[in-house]
Design a protein around this ligand. Structure first.
Ligand code: FES
Length: 130
């Protein structure tokens, strides 16, 4: 199976992932948990990630939005119902993706925003347990 280079920021985790794997699954394989409360049904938006574009010499990759599967109807629907979110963050669809929906087709560098990182609950519970 064809594999592609995936780099996750800010953790710096990286590795080779099978083509066709969802970004959320790829992140898990690389040790980065991304939030989900909708069982990957494109309805919770907890799994949003940002796709960085350009040449990343350090990793020897060209990261492009086209290296992920096209924005699905479900993703487009999710974002079209939340224009305020995109405006407030300054994001555009294609730059921001639902990681449960987009599949890897080539090398890509992905930024996992703090609100999408899945370790928050553990940290919080740990803090409460002390
Ligand atoms: S996991 Fe809910 S939208 Fe992706």
């Amino acid at each position: 199976m064809t594999k592609h280079n995936i780099i996750l920021q800010p953790s710096g985790r990286r590795g080779q992932i099978d083509e066709g794997t969802s970004v959320r699954t790829a992140a898990r394989e690389l040790g980065v948990e991304i939030e989900s409360i909708c069982a990957e049904n494109a309805t919770c938006g907890k799994c949003m990630v940002l796709i960085e574009e350009g040449r990343f010499e350090k990793y020897n990759i060209d990261s492009k939005r086209e290296n992920l599967s096209p924005v699905s109807i479900e993703e487009a629907d999710y974002f079209s119902r939340r224009p305020r979110l995109l405006k407030d963050k300054g994001w555009e669809v294609g730059q921001v993706r639902l990681s449960c929906q987009c599949k890897i087709l080539g090398d890509v560098l992905i930024n996992v925003p703090e609100e999408s990182r899945g370790n928050k609950q553990i940290v919080k519970n740990f803090a409460l347990a002390r």
